[in-house]
Design a protein. Sequence first.
Length: 550
Amino acid sequence: MPADAARLLVHEPSGNEREVPVEAVTFTLGRHADNHLVLLDSRISRRHARMVRTPQGYVLEDCGSRHGTFVNGQRITSQLLASGDRISLGTSDGYRLTFLAEGAALPQLLDEMGKAVQSRAPQLQHLSLLLRMAEMLHRAPGLEEVLRTLVDSALQLADADRGLLFLANAAGELKLRLARTRSGTSLPLKGLAYSKPIVDRVVAHRQEEIALVDEEASGMPLSSTGLVTPRMRGVVAVPLQKLPMMEITGETVRMATPQLLGALYLEGILRAHIVTGLDRQVLQSLAVEGATVIENARLFHLAREQERTRHELNLASSIQQALLPKKLPQIDAFELEALTTPCSTIGGDYYDVIPLPGGRYGLAVADVSGKGLPAAMMAMTLQGAFAAVAAGDPPLSELFARVNTLLYERTPNEMYATFFYGVLSISGEVAFVNAGHVPPLVLRSHGIEHLQDGSLPLGMFEHAPFEVAHTRLDPGDQLVVFSDGVTEARNNSGDLFGEERLELLLHQFADASPTEVCGKIVAAVEEFADEGPQADDLTILAVRYRPARR
């Protein structure tokens, strides 16, 4: 199977549909932002399922999801997919996916109908035109090709001389987008004359309108048509609008007003066309198909843009991860472990370990306000600036004052960073500054000590003072620095994980290694969240003091 043959037709709960190409060898589906297909539903697991390309085709595998993966209504753990298979991820009233592969039935049906196109029977010609529009929907091409095909098909159907297509912009205003002749030539849009009263009425009433010079056939006086030239013999105009959807609010069910996408305007200059009942019915069907393919092409373009954005964010995430210490230093007197997990592809947390003269090490954990790209950019700026200044080993108060000035002058006023920085000595002495950060915890044999904050966050005020404090680690003591993504994690009921729950957990694992402590904290937070979305970046740095015995 060609790599570009497979795709997923995504039916969203809102009623919209979009096509997503399955281009990766291993294509992941789930709620977390690092999946190839992100589905924002709390009932869907963060990494719910994956599609793996094999010589036999694509195999869908469940990734241990809580609510299961279903194909054609049957729960599966692993199954080879066939074109047309219906996939649901744990729920029947959420996202619905349809797997499409090479050899789908519609192109074959079009080939079978190819000979019938040459027939003079109007029914077959009408059916051919509708199938042509369906083919456009199946192939999901660019919007311009969709628009040209729509207008050309309508010109053939109505035996018209000129066709105009109007599309609604983001503000809902109708703008002329395309004009075509019967021979397939595009017309310049500037200064093009048409019957504006007819277009205005079609938009206002959301109904098609037929205006002919023969008033008996059209049913309206010629003065109301707004025909602009004596040679124009008639106009057919139809609205292009999305199919109506049901809206459910509590116990109330109502039909939502269809969204107007545009209008199709056809006119005959040399001939008066008498539109039969069949022509009119098929023209309405063509308008529905046209609205569908226009919306599909827009969504396809949007999906491509989102795919490119996601690729760029993944690249930014790779750069951000590369800036973290590739390997924590091996220190005789200390065991170290650290990890960070952004709530989206990139985040505003980071940690660092900075070698200093005299066998000392600086431990940094930062949490930039906000989330996403702005927070990540500020975090990378802060990391570079702080590491460069800290490497010179200035006094801690001077170090923070210099970095604070840099952030204050070069970042937006609403952005700041909480920051903990501690300098470890081989003797167990720790000099630190806590700039508005969550108080780290020191696990001692007799209890837990909080390293309370005494300073304001970095970048908040230009001349903020920074207080230097000291503590001492005894053999076996462990320092745990973390971001508020741990204590402020929420479950589905809105409860916070909280510091009390964290302290109880650390009491249970007081003798565990830093690696085990970090793993237990992350596991406890994920279990507490119970498939709820990760609301904030999560960072943990743990250090155990184990000096060599003399």
